[in-house]
Design a protein around this ligand. Structure first.
Ligand code: 7LY
Length: 340
């Protein structure tokens, strides 16, 4: 039976294209029923080729994880030729551009960002996921300067749990851990810790710890684990970076030790918390609004939503939840096209 494909028309008002990645472009749009802004990642299946598996991986992960510092998935529309992935709006752009703009961040601003990254990665690891492509280009900011992790195309959920070895060499060379560079079997968690060490260095220094024009010189530097320690880095910062950029993964600090590391809790006191929500939880106010909007009973509405079809209803409900969290009104535009 021909599955009815919702086109964007009537459900999203698309605006300009803000980014063009390898096989995707990102358009800004407005979700008509709620008036909320969203980002739509559009992928041409013909251009995806082998990367089609990455899309499936990313969608699988995004439907499972739910964390304030992971970019939310609202809806997936698949046509014969394209994927339209409707995601959380991150108007602050890439963390990378933020660092470049400021040359380098102060220790306290780096701490504020790094705590969010550690919280998101600790959450992913607790679910058995390793991101494996952590870098400033994959970290966006919303308008409140909250970080949002994106691009789960290379993430891994090893069979038998996060502590099982991986083999696939992936991610970006400048952030690659020595064991990855050597093509050894590795633990996703340990590779993520190394990448977070490179990230923290980039935040504090405004440059990469390991960089070179030729890939084998770059690899030699990574394998030696030698990098510049600029004079302006505090002793605590140097110690923390060193504990993450340990060539031997067994000597590397663990995510658990990071959560209450003195550098991360300096002046803030409480340890970084993982606190996550479950993807779709029952909120009676939002359910009420949706039930009457769709002229169905609340129970029926919830029975439908808890199936998490990532259709327009899922998007509407998730966007209502975020409006409620922001303290905005929970109104829905009756003029919007009704989904049958
Ligand atoms: O909402 C997103 N981007 C975004 C939103 C608003 C604005 C800009 C950008 C450009 C900066 N000026 C302000 C306007 C947005 C959301 C999700 C994803 C995304 C989620 N998985 N994969 C991609 C990507 C996004 O973008 C990519 C981007 C484009 C140009 C530069 C910086 C970032």
């Amino acid at each position: 039976m021909m599955v009815r494909h919702y086109s964007l028309k009537g459900f999203y008002e698309t605006e300009r294209t803000v980014g063009c990645g390898g096989f995707a472009k990102v358009k800004l749009a407005t979700h008509v029923a709620t008036g909320e802004k969203v980002a739509i990642k559009i992928m041409d299946k013909a251009l995806l080729g082998a990367d089609l598996a990455r899309v499936e991986t990313e969608l699988g992960a995004l439907k499972t994880v739910c964390h304030e510092h992971v970019c939310k998935l609202y809806q997936v529309i698949e046509t014969d030729t394209h994927f339209f992935i409707i995601m959380e709006y991150c108007s602050g752009g890439e963390l990378f551009d933020h660092i470049v703009e400021k040359n380098r961040l102060t220790e306290s601003e780096s701490r504020m960002f790094f705590r969010q990254i550690v919280s998101a990665v600790a959450y992913l690891h607790s679910l058995g996921y390793a991101h494996r492509d952590l870098k400033p280009e994959n970290i966006l900011l919303d308008k409140y300067q909250n970080l949002k992790l994106i691009d789960f195309g290379l993430c891994a959920k090893p069979e038998g749990g996060i502590n099982n070895l991986l083999q696939t060499s992936c991610g970006s060379p400048t952030y690659a851990a020595p064991e990855l560079v050597l093509g050894k079997q590795y633990l996703g968690t340990e590779v993520d810790i190394w990448a977070m060490g490179v990230l923290l260095y980039t935040l504090l220094v405004g440059a990469l710890p390991f960089d070179d024009n030729t890939i084998d010189c770059l690899y030699r530097k990574i394998l030696a684990g030698r990098y510049e320690e600029p004079h302006f880095l505090s002793l605590e910062s140097k110690r923390l970076i060193r504990s993450m950029l340990q060539v031997d993964p067994k000597n590397r600090i663990t995510i658990k030790e990071l959560l209450n590391h003195p550098w991360l809790t300096l002046g803030i006191l409480d340890p970084v918390e993982i606190k996550s929500e479950n993807v779709i939880y029952q909120d009676h106010e939002c359910l009420e609004v949706m039930a009457c909007y769709n002229q169905v009973k609340k129970e029926a509405m919830w029975d439908y939503l808890k199936q998490r079809k990532y259709d327009y209803h899922t998007a509407t409900y998730l966007l209502l939840l975020s409006r409620k969290k922001r303290g905005s009104s929970l109104k829905l535009n009756s003029s919007a096209t009704k989904v049958d």
